[in-house]
Design a protein around this ligand. Structure first.
Ligand SMILES: Nc1ncnc2c1ncn2[C@@H]1O[C@H](COP(=O)(O)OP(=O)(O)O)[C@@H](O)[C@H]1O
Ligand SMILES: [Mg+2]
Length: 227
């Protein structure tokens, strides 16, 4: 489902990713660990085409990304199949929780309002927020907002979900709520890549752990081997 070969990316002449090679199988959960600045976010952003790169190949969910700028068509196709959840939720503030979740299915997948709505309510129930559909994001806790962001990404029924330190802006209680949702997704067989510093979570959820250091894969293995 995911194959990265010799991925190399520079910023201002310095390699940020330096020959990264890794693979993730369908239904697998890859935890991406490593110190701050090691290139984890950049790697994740390369996986969904948010960044371009100079060398190597990324294959993900049947799409292939090559060096240089990505065409609009490639990115549009990729975004349908690869969902991303950011540190800072990035919900649309003036839209209700429900409208945040239905927006992409309505505009990108051309779902009807009724289809998008019933699926969104199902997903909000799944993340424990069924009664918050009409609320504005700002009235929710950070943990609730992040669970809405997860529902929003799932609404596209992505083949792969990418999470960049999804709980780093949250207190321990909210962190636990969000990790529970991600562990449930893992159990349901969702293919995921999760950047995390939480080794306890990685042990519970990850089938494979990749450790980056200074833009290179320092080690990789099963959670039992690595953590
Ligand atoms: N927008 C940017 N411009 C220049 N350098 C950046 C930018 N974003 C990240 N970097 C640098 O790229 C390297 C990897 O960053 P990042 O992928 O964010 O690492 P991580 O997510 O592991 O903390 C770091 O040295 C960081 O300083
Ligand atoms: Mg980061």
């Amino acid at each position: 489902m995911i194959k990265v070969e010799s991925l190399t990316k520079h910023r201002s002449g310095t390699p940020v990713l330096d020959g990264v090679t890794l693979a993730g199988e369908a239904g697998g959960v890859t935890a991406l660990v490593g110190p701050s600045g090691s290139g984890k976010s950049t790697l994740l952003r390369c996986l969904n085409g948010l960044e371009c790169f100079e060398r190597g190949v990324v294959s993900i969910a049947g799409h292939r990304l090559t060096p240089g700028p990505h065409s609009g068509g490639v990115l549009e196709a990729l975004r349908r199949d690869v969902g991303m959840v950011f540190q800072q939720f990035n919900l649309v503030p003036h839209l209700s929780v429900l409208d945040n979740v239905t927006l992409a299915p309505r505009t990108v997948l051309k779902n009807t309002v009724a289809e998008a709505r019933s699926r969104a309510i199902e997903l909000l129930d799944r993340v424990g927020l069924g009664s918050f559909a009409a609320a504005r994001p700002a009235t929710l806790s950070g943990g609730q907002q992040q669970r809405v962001a997860i529902a929003r990404a799932l609404a596209m029924q992505p083949q792969v979900m990418l999470f960049d330190e999804p709980t780093s802006a949250l207190d321990p209680t909210m962190t636990a709520e969000v990790l529970e949702v991600i562990v449930d997704l893992a159990k349901a067989g969702q293919t995921m890549v999760v950047v995390t510093h939480d080794h306890g979570f990685a042990k519970r959820a990850a089938t494979w752990v990749v450790e980056l250091a200074a833009g290179k894969v320092a080690r990789q293995g099963t959670a039992a081997e690595m953590l």
